[in-house]
Design a protein around this ligand. Structure first.
Ligand code: GDP
Length: 139
């Protein structure tokens, strides 16, 4: 089943570099409606849990340290075909390989510090959204 929602985070590198406004502008200009949003910071434990699927990968420790080192913006976005369209808008994991005009091409530093997260499936979008937001925080 496809849904019309995805989950995103503006990662600590993009927040540190002053790109919150620029990234939100790209997101809303592309037709995504923000249905939930918060400025927050992941604890080490939060980041370990959020990225548990990657815990066998060699960069897991680095990823957890990076994602918990400063504040992020977490949001649930709504649009037809949200998951796939948002993955297209953010571009490849490695900004060096991301298409022109994508968020990662414009705002990311490297494959590790790549500015934004976007859910990779409807199932994960629902799990990740519920990780950050209660029903009362989604509009
Ligand atoms: P995504 O779905 O495009 O975010 O990519 P993945 O699911 O493969 O990886 C999750 C996140 O781990 C990426 O967005 C990066 O922040 C980080 N990451 C991916 N590859 C590497 C790597 O080779 N080294 C490090 N340090 N981090 C990585």
């Amino acid at each position: 089943m496809t849904t019309n929602r995805t989950f995103t985070m503006i990662k600590p590198d993009a927040v540190e570099n002053g790109h919150i406004g620029g990234i939100l502008e790209k997101i809303t200009s592309a037709g995504f409606k923000i249905v939930a949003m918060k400025y927050t910071q992941l604890s080490t434990r939060d980041a370990q849990e959020f990225y548990a699927v990657h815990n066998e990968r060699p960069f897991y420790g680095e990823l957890v340290e990076f994602m918990s080192r400063g504040p992020i913006v977490a949001a649930i976005l709504e649009k037809d075909n949200a998951v796939d369209d948002f993955r297209a808008l953010i571009g490849a994991t490695n900004p060096a390989e991301a298409a022109e005009g994508t968020i990662r091409k414009l705002f990311a530093s490297n494959i590790a510090e790549n500015a934004v997260h976007g859910s990779d499936s409807d199932e994960n979008a629902a799990i990740e959204g519920a990780f950050h937001f209660s029903g009362r925080e989604i509009y």
